[in-house]
Design a protein around this ligand. Structure first.
Ligand SMILES: [Zn+2]
Length: 201
């Protein structure tokens, strides 16, 4: 189910210095047909592309799940997931439909065989890169709401950034029905703000 967009009318958001767009894991394996495809994951691509477009000339970072073969999150190793996003594989590539500007930064996560990471901050240099960019507001979209998006938002708040989650640019796995909605509620409780891609001015 699509996440509920707040009933309140949306105010346009004027982008300013300190804004960074973080696109989480829009990779083949998390899209329909992929090893761990989010059922309606494709619907995030249009909004993500719109956000990228609106961020023209401002910093955009893409994260990717980037596992070695035999990663601890795979079922054969006792993990919860089928093999997915093996570094260098087709499934680990970003969606072909994503309009990625040249020079866009990429953050690879969960690259160690014995460690999984849902948050894009976990075990990566994302925090350092954001500080180097003087980031303040962090606009976040991507997959999946109830795993990597929510955990990235939790760590973004802990690191002192102000997350703004683009509700039309996220989709949930919903292993348990309602996981996505609960993740949105958790982000709201943490103080994350919500917007849609068309709010970005
Ligand atoms: Zn993974």
């Amino acid at each position: 189910m699509a996440p509920m967009v707040e009933a309140a009318p949306h105010e346009p958001i004027a982008l300013r210095p300190g804004d960074v767009l973080l696109v989480v894991d829009v990779q083949h394996d998390f899209l329909p047909g992929g090893a761990l495809g989010v059922v309606d994951g494709n619907r995030v691509i249009g909004p993500v592309n719109r956000a990228i477009e609106r961020f023209a000339g401002r910093p955009v970072l893409l994260t990717r799940d980037w596992h070695p073969p035999g990663h601890c999150s795979f079922r054969a190793q006792g993990g919860p997931w089928p093999p997915h996003c093996v570094a260098g594989s087709r499934g680990a590539e970003f969606s072909d439909e994503l309009r990625i500007p040249p020079g866009t930064g990429v953050v690879s996560k969960a690259t160690q065989v014995d460690r999984d990471a849902y948050s894009a901050f976990a075990g990566t240099d994302l925090g350092l890169r954001l500080r180097a960019l003087n980031a303040k507001r962090l606009f976040i979209a991507g997959l999946a709401t109830d795993y990597c998006v929510v955990n990235t938002v939790v760590d973004a708040v802990a690191a002192g950034f102000e997350p703004v989650v683009l509700l039309d640019g996220i989709a949930a796995v919903d292993v348990q029905p309602g996981d996505g909605e609960r993740a949105i509620e958790r982000m709201r409780e943490l103080g994350a703000r919500f917007a849609v891609s068309t709010d970005l001015a």
